[in-house]
Design a protein around this ligand. Structure first.
Ligand SMILES: Nc1nc2c(c(=O)[nH]1)N[C@H]1C(S)=C(S)[C@@H](COP(=O)(O)OP(=O)(O)OC[C@H]3O[C@@H](n4cnc5c(=O)[nH]c(N)nc54)[C@H](O)[C@@H]3O)O[C@H]1N2
Ligand SMILES: Nc1nc2c(c(=O)[nH]1)N[C@H]1C(S)=C(S)[C@@H](COP(=O)(O)OP(=O)(O)OC[C@H]3O[C@@H](n4cnc5c(=O)[nH]c(N)nc54)[C@H](O)[C@@H]3O)O[C@H]1N2
Ligand code: SF4
Ligand SMILES: [Mo]
Length: 733
């Protein structure tokens, strides 16, 4: 463990006593009562200890140093060497720290008794859960049990548990976030790549907002590229935080990015701007692309996406000039993660346009990062057999969702499968479907239908509130976790979340909970290890020890990234401009224009498309209850619906007025923000609010969530939520 005592952190004992002389005599620190003298002596005398770990304020899992004094967390800082955040951390990371000392945290396991929760011991909770699961297994078979979680390094052990029980039903939140984007890339270049931003000379970002939907490393690299003269073009119906930095902001009509991309491809093909050698040697299907693209000149696209044809020509020509150090960002959630009926084709078109720039695995282009290949637990700890039944959500099943990600599953199908009686019992871990899945009325009905719902969380979230058992996980700074390979880049990075302070309450680390559940469920033979042993086994092939990793927090392993490639992980080994696989499955083998599923009524002044997105100070459903972060929301008046100024005025609205929003499935009230910075056809809702768990007092009933307005949809390609296929009517409240 790295130790240091930076001068600035030491408060001298005298200064401290002076500052608190008028204070109380007894202080309550968590659950311990200390007399003031003991506490003050401890504060003054103990050194500041620096422990490297990972932030859990959002899925980015930035590498941080936590500073601890006298057993209390002092502050966190970014780890300067880390790929993902390059030494910085964001406001959510700072704000979420306060959760450690938030009195509304879960303090021990709970059991539902009627409409109340009662405390229960860990052992008793495990016994009762195991009894119920065993009964359900006997009556309904293993496929009636599921596990769903936020994808994270210890998911491996949850998957092992489901397989040990014989169930294929392991899910992540992917269908609400990124499955269209991932599939688009996978079916074109074989895997999900990264963006080599810092060495790029021309960066085009479509519906990605790393300054708000935070990615700290990306922002630093964009700024670095700009300092070297790179041009930044941001395509977003909204003037996002990233658009503020852009050389050019293209306020596209939402849902039509595919038209823009098809027109760009058209220009590259027609004017011969593409990388001919790369396409000839490294891609299949260019001839078919040429045939199809005649249909999509920029003049056609302008009528659909409302970006002037001359801008499309200009941007495309400029990009071709800068290639191969030019890229279209691989995207995440906003434009084609899981948003529209055409999102899969949009992701495909983005991948193809990049390929025509010849930038695949090139400096300044789209590249395949080096990822550490962790070791296996087997043969020492044999893995259970793979389940014999397929997934009931239809992922990977011909005729259902053949392009769907079997690994992620379709999590928002869980309530539907529960309503049909196909799923009977489940574990929800670090995930809050009641708030983050579409159409909460259906989600609540589905999850309530389960014979057994076990939720593993740190607070009484919406989902935990309806569980039969709530198992409290220790806060991230209180626990060791599975080694992580996220944020790989030019060199493979391996990182670790480790314990920084002692658990305040009767809580346990997630991996330990999984292992203990397995032992009670009679499949302990697959879990004869603890997190430490598992971490050691997994690090072994990398040639680094757990001690080294714990001392530094992150380590780089393996060889440096190199330009170029021999063979891609596609069936042809090349870029699949034309995809035979898609053809065989009955999907368009070359992207072609598809309208979004729904569109606002152009003749109705009240009709808008409802978009949503991140604000830099909140994470999904998990930070709104942080008093410091919510204070920022109020102070900067951020809990408002963005609407185009002129359209708002036509509805008789003034900035700050209350409006009523109504869709097919829900309604609600919120204040409006009138701005020039949004396309007239849509309104935009910040996505971190609308908390309805009464236990989360700071957040309760403030703002709205887009999910309240989103019907339950499954797109026909990968089964995602189609999160922006929402038409709402907005009127003055
Ligand atoms: N602050 C914060 N940061 C986060 C997270 C968080 O919860 N909070 N979560 C992390 C996660 S899990 C994710 S998935 C990422 C998401 O990261 P992003 O995908 O960057 O985030 P979003 O805000 O969903 O969307 C980005 C932009 O897409 C725009 N947009 C919406 N519809 C369209 C469209 O049809 N076309 C185009 N071109 N643009 C459109 C929105 O206006 C928005 O500015 O953020 C990560 N970082
Ligand atoms: N309302 C709304 N819905 C959304 C989004 C949104 O921004 N807002 N974004 C969409 C996207 S891009 C994504 S990726 C998904 C994300 O959706 P989810 O996977 O549901 O993620 P979160 O809302 O971040 O948090 C889930 C739960 O994890 C709990 N939690 C936090 N830390 C810990 C911990 O250390 N241990 C345990 N056991 N639990 C913990 C939180 O209390 C919370 O209840 O949602 C999608 N749906
Ligand atoms: S982006 Fe912010 S909240 Fe997310 S992991 Fe990094 S520091 Fe933590
Ligand atoms: Mo996400």
């Amino acid at each position: 463990m790295g130790r240091m005592e930076p001068k600035g952190f030491e408060i001298s004992r005298r200064a401290f006593l002076k500052a608190t002389a008028a204070g109380v005599g007894i202080l309550s620190l968590g659950h311990e009562l200390l007399d003031f003298g003991t506490w003050a002596r401890g504060q003054a005398d103990s050194p500041v200890v620096r422990i490297p770990t990972l932030c859990n304020g959002c899925g980015n899992r930035c590498a941080i140093f936590a500073y601890v004094k006298n057993g209390r967390l002092w502050k966190i800082e970014g780890n300067p060497e880390a790929n993902g955040n390059l030494g910085v951390i964001c406001p959510k990371g700072h704000g979420y720290l306060h959760e450690l000392y938030n009195p509304s945290r879960l303090k021990g396991p709970l059991k539902r008794v009627g409409d109340r929760f009662e405390p229960i011991s860990w052992d008793q909770a495990y016994k009762e859960i195991a009894q119920k699961i065993n009964l359900i297994l006997m009556e309904n078979g293993p496929q009636s049990i599921f596990w769903v979680n936020y994808p994270q390094p210890n998911h491996l052990y949850a998957l092992r548990l489901m397989h040990a029980l014989g169930s294929p039903h392991y899910f992540t939140h992917g269908s609400t976030c990124y499955t269209a984007r991932n599939a688009g890339w996978v079916y074109t270049v074989g895997e999900l790549p990264s963006n080599d931003l810092s060495d790029s000379r021309y960066i085009m970002i479509i519906g990605r907002n790393p300054a708000g939907g935070i990615d700290l490393g990306q922002m630093k690299r964009i700024v670095e590229a700009k300092a070297k003269g790179a041009k930044l073009v941001v395509v977003d119906p909204r003037h996002s935080e990233t658009a503020i930095l852009a050389d050019e902001w293209l306020p596209i009509k939402p849902g039509t990015d595919l038209a823009l991309l098809l027109a760009m491809i058209h220009v590259m093909v027609k004017e011969g701007l593409y990388d001919k050698r790369f396409v000839m040697e490294r891609a299949v299907g260019f001839e078919q692309l040429e045939d199809e693209m005649v249909n999509y000149p920029p003049e056609w696209a302008e009528r659909i996406c409302e970006i002037p044809a001359k801008t499309i020509f200009k941007i495309t020509r400029e990009m071709a000039q800068a290639r191969p150090q030019a890229l279209i960002h691989r995207g995440y959630h906003g434009a084609f993660g899981a948003q529209y009926l055409n999102s899969f084709q949009t992701a495909r078109a983005a991948a193809i346009a990049n390929s025509l720039l010849g930038n695949i695995n090139r400096k300044g282009g789209i590249y395949f990062p080096k990822t550490a290949q962790l070791g296996e637990l087997q043969p020492k700890h044999p893995a259970p057999e793979l389940p014999k039944v397929g997934k009931a959500d239809g992922t990977g099943v011909p005729g259902r969702y053949p392009l769907g990600s079997y690994g992620d599953g379709i999590a928002h199908a869980i309530p539907e499968l529960a309503l049909r009686g196909e799923l009977k019992a489940g574990f929800v871990y670090h995930h809050n479907p009641l708030r983050t899945n579409p159409n909460p009325k259906r989600v609540i009905a589905g999850y309530k239908k389960l014979d057994l719902l076990v939720v593993i969380d740190t607070v009484l979230s919406e989902t935990a509130s309806i569980a039969h058992y709530v198992l409290p996980e220790s806060f991230y700074l209180e626990r060791d976790e599975a080694v992580d390979t996220k944020h790989s880049g030019k060199r493979a990075q391996v990182s670790i979340q480790q314990q920084v302070v002692k658990p305040m309450y009767d809580t346990r680390p997630g991996t330990q909970i999984i292992i203990e559940l397995a032992r009670h469920l009679g499949v302990g033979r697959y879990f004869n290890f603890d997190i430490e042993e598992a971490n050691r086994l997994r690090l072994k092939p990398l040639g680094v020890t757990l001690e080294e990793l714990k001392a530094k927090g992150i380590l780089f392993v393996g060889k440096e990234w190199k330009e170029g490639f021999d063979k891609l992980q596609t069936p042809s080994g090349k870029v699949e401009i034309y995809s035979k696989t898609l053809e065989q499955l009955g999907f368009p083998a070359i992207p072609r224009w598809e309208d979004p599923f729904v569109s606002p009524d152009p003749n109705d002044p009240h009709s808008f498309r409802l978009l949503h997105g991140k604000q830099a100070i909140h994470t999904h459903s998990m930070t709104a209850n942080q008093p410091v972060l919510m204070a920022l929301s109020h102070r900067y008046d951020m809990i408002r619906l963005w609407m185009n100024q002129e359209r708002g005025e036509r509805l008789g609205l003034k900035d700050g007025d209350w409006v009523q929003i109504k869709s097919m499935v829900g309604e609600g009230r919120i204040r409006v923000r009138l701005t020039q910075g949004i396309h007239p056809s849509c309104v935009w809702l910040p996505s971190g609010y609308g908390i309805f768990s009464k236990h989360l007092k700071t957040a309760y009933d403030i703002g709205l969530s887009y999910n309240d307005f989103l019907p339950t949809y499954f797109d026909p390609t990968v089964g995602h939520v189609m999160a922006s296929e929402i038409i709402v009517k907005v009127s003055k409240a």
